[in-house]
Design a protein around this ligand. Sequence first.
Ligand code: GKR
Ligand code: MG
Length: 421
Amino acid sequence: MRIREAVLTPVAFADPPLLNVMGVHQPYALRGILQLVCDDGIVGLGESYGDLAFLDRVREAVPELLGHDVFDLQGIRATLERALAGRVVTDQHGLTGGFSARKTAATVFSLFETACLDAQGRALGVPVCELLGGRARDRVDFSAYLFYKYAAHAPDTGAPADPWGEVLTPEALVEEARRMIGEYGFRSIKLKGGVLAPERESEAVLALAEAFPGHPLRIDPNAAWTVATSLRVAEQLDGVLEYLEDPTPGIAGMAEVAARAPMPLATNMCVVGHADLEPALRARAIGVLLSDHHYWGGIRATQALSTVCESFGVGLSMHSNSHLGISLAAMVHTAAATPHLSYACDTHWPWKTTDVIAPGQLTFTDGALTVPDRPGLGVDLDPDALARAHETYERSGLTHRDDATYMRRFVPDFSPNTARW
Ligand code: GKR
Ligand code: MG
């Protein structure tokens, strides 16, 4: 089944003004949607980042891949590695850890691998998780992902209003959680920290613990804290957190915190590629790895990663960035086919109001998604919705994510800085 055409469509969708250590989310989040058209007419779907530098690398790779068999994933990977040798895509928002040519090729490959697996599943009439060895679970748990946020975007952006309101206090955060949990049924709750002073964020987590007894909690300041602050917060939240995510930058700093913190440390920042594993494991810097098929080299690479984690006694879960339904479906199949998955996965799903997949294809109940039984990823592209999302992209004028620059519209002297407290 050979690749006849690869259609890459950049899209944008409205995103609320969510806060993190690097700044605030821009009015629109960007994604790239891939349709891999095979010679028998089957179309495989993929979704990944929408930043121009990444899209350009994908566009550069497309001519090399035409004519390849979608079942020849090794050949596709080798071709991509050759085509993109030495190319490094860096993010400009600073929230995804280090960069390398290997990570860039792995990220581009992941997009194609997802679409190839979708095409394979459609051709064979089986869900992607069956191609991956079958399902270890029928339902995949996700966590509520709470953010501090502003009430509205900068007025001159003309960005649509969101229904969540301002969230800058423990009370507002508990309300945000109540609403999100009420709608989706999530059990685990994650707070994106690194926004307010650490003590205020600890208080907020304690307020969540009181309001939602029995719900596992996490906080992730994206490495905003010094080692000393991380240890202070860890002590304050002893017995409250299921894990503490990226409190401080770097493997050495994480190891220092991990040695004395009472809970495991998780990361999607200091271990972002295979080269980071050995030093992190040797230093005992992490107890949980937050994988992400988008940059770990794909869905099958994530399964392999889980075996490494299991061998070294490290838990595994999944990181997310603002995403749409194709990415979520890929996460669900990956999670279903990965026995060693220790925690509910992250998702930004509740923060968006539109998608490019047909409505109602992925519906949360009790904080989980049932693994689709349909062939491939089990989701269909809605062509009108894709066209609208592409128009939104064109209109937005955005070419990359940059939370820090946009933050200066609200706080003119804002300077993103990790380990600042
Ligand atoms: O959406 O602001 C955000 C998050 O901070 C995201 O960009 C992170 O990559 O969720 C991610 C994380 O766990 O660090
Ligand atoms: Mg994180």
